[in-house]
Write a protein that binds this ligand. Structure first.
Ligand code: F6P
Length: 324
């Protein structure tokens, strides 16, 4: 392979820049030409493709977001869109791709290969940590620390006012951010999409706390929880415990997606970026580079897309035990 391209796609994640840097510098080291594609698959369709050098990625290892920008492309989901993207890659002589993103990104790459045989190796970039084939995804550690900082601050005010706070963290289908930030922040309960926590159980936990003179509580709710988002959960609880209970809801939202990546994320991103690049150069295709038990390995896209990454339910049990 003489020329390849790198792009970021889907929701951005802190550490994506460190990953781009590793791909570009790795390509330079191996004597391969490397191009950048802006705005994910949309940029591929529109030909927003440009050559990158070692200098292009100077001074970005510490920056959040992605210098290549990102998008969730609707056009790439159509055969016409993918045809346009292929025409652009041909025009630029690009023979392989490194895709930094999540499930949607890898689903698109697989379809693209079936139609045009352009090989892609992925690097898992999403704050959700919901990808099978890697213990952690790029951006997850930073997002957890951002959520934790907010939880710590909310705990101060919750305690001062004897309030119950429902704090919503990101995770449409995944409770990883909720569990980790909840444990580290000493939450009384954590509600995640993977495991149903009935409202009655939350009410029971709150009542037990009150019987022990606990005056404030933190409940961390993943946005995709089965009982609803944090506002919906709070409302359901209010109807059961009465209007006198002082409750507040805080949605952390997109602050979890930005910010300076932690050391862990920078190192993981560098490893996965170089791993994806070297995999592609060694003939891997349609696989995602991941780190499992501290070992770099490649998992077929089809598995990362289809196989669930179960949360550790023992951690949820631990939250309950530690909040008595
Ligand atoms: O996939 C990452 C993520 O941040 C999810 O946790 C969240 O549900 C979603 O992206 C939000 O996406 P958008 O920024 O497109 O609204």
């Amino acid at each position: 392979m003489k020329r390849l391209a790198v792009f970021t796609s889907g929701g951005d994640a802190p550490g994506m820049n460190a990953c781009i840097r590793a791909v570009v510098r790795g390509a330079v080291y191996h004597g391969v030409e490397v191009f950048g594609i802006r705005r994910g698959y949309n940029g591929m369709i529109n030909g927003d493709i440009f050559p990158m050098t070692s200098h292009s990625v100077s001074n970005i290892v510490q920056r959040g977001g992605t210098i290549l920008k990102s998008a969730r492309s609707k056009e790439f989901m159509t055969p016409e869109g993918r045809k346009k993207a292929h025409d652009q890659l041909l025009k630029h002589g690009i023979e392989g791709l490194v895709a930094i993103g999540g499930n949607g990104t890898f689903t698109g790459a697989l379809k693209f290969f079936e139609e045009f045989q352009i090989p892609t190796v992925g690097a898992p970039g999403t704050i959700d940590n919901d990808l099978y084939g890697t213990d952690y995804t790029i951006g997850f550690d930073t997002a957890v620390n951002t959520a934790l900082e907010a939880i710590d601050k909310i705990r101060d005010t919750a305690d001062s006012h004897d309030r119950i706070f429902f704090i919503e963290v990101m995770g449409r289908d995944s409770g990883y951010i909720a569990i980790q930030s909840g444990i580290a922040g000493g939450a009384e309960m954590v509600m995640v999409p993977e495991v149903l926590t009935p409202i009655s159980e939350v009410v029971e936990t709150l009542k037990q706390g009150w019987s022990r003179s606990k005056s404030s509580s933190i409940i961390v709710v993943a946005e995709g929880d089965e009982e609803g988002n944090a506002a919906e959960v709070a409302e359901k609880i209010r109807t059961q415990v009465g209007v006198d209970v002082d409750m507040r809801v805080t949605t952390l939202g997109h602050i979890q997606r930005g910010g300076i990546p932690t050391a862990y994320d920078r190192i993981l991103a560098s490893r996965l970026g170089l791993g994806a690049l070297e995999g592609l150069l060694n003939g891997e295709k349609n696989v995602m580079a991941g780190v499992v038990n501290n070992e770099l390995l490649y998992t077929p896209f089809i598995d990362t897309i289809k196989l669930p990454k179960p949360i550790n339910e023992d951690l949820l049990r631990m939250v309950r035990i530690l909040s008595v």
